[in-house]
Design a protein around this ligand. Sequence first.
Ligand code: HEC
Length: 153
Amino acid sequence: MKKYQLILIISGLLISVGNIQAQDNDSFSAYRQKLMKSNANHMAMIGDVLKNNLPFKNQITSHAKIVEMNSLMTEDAFAKKITSGRTDTKPQTWDDWAAFVAAAKKTADAAKALAETAESGTGNVMGNVKAIGQACGSCHRQFRKPKGQRFAR
Ligand code: HEC
């Protein structure tokens, strides 16, 4: 094999490995964003039921449980360090990983509390919904890039 052929093969391999790597990271990011969109959808559905008095009050428990499950999946979903590409996660997230995990746990606990309140029919449903919203917002302030710095959709 001539030297230049070997160089071509090796550089071809390096390029394709680089592409796989880039694709890989973006598919992780896309998965994370879908998990988050699911949170937003279920919170919005809870809002619809409460604001518009839809006859689905008994489903608030299920929506809350989904947000709890999503929040329990958040640690695994974000564990891989990705600091470039189609992501809005702040690069310093992995330097402060324990706080990220705690924020996910706090959201799961708040969602669990809503599921219990809604199921029992006693307690402060609105207060529980607000607590979830605050838990989402507090993680975002710390770990999600602010508006002007997000990647172009
Ligand atoms: C533990 C931290 C954490 C919690 C808790 C959290 N988020 Fe997020 N969220 C993030 C991060 C980080 C991103 C940026 C993801 C990325 O693009 O890499 C994000 C992105 C989003 C997005 C944008 C998704 C997209 O398509 O780009 C939405 C919507 C969202 N979150 C909603 C919520 C809602 C609603 C809750 C609460 C029920 C919540 N999040 C709880 C960290 C969190």
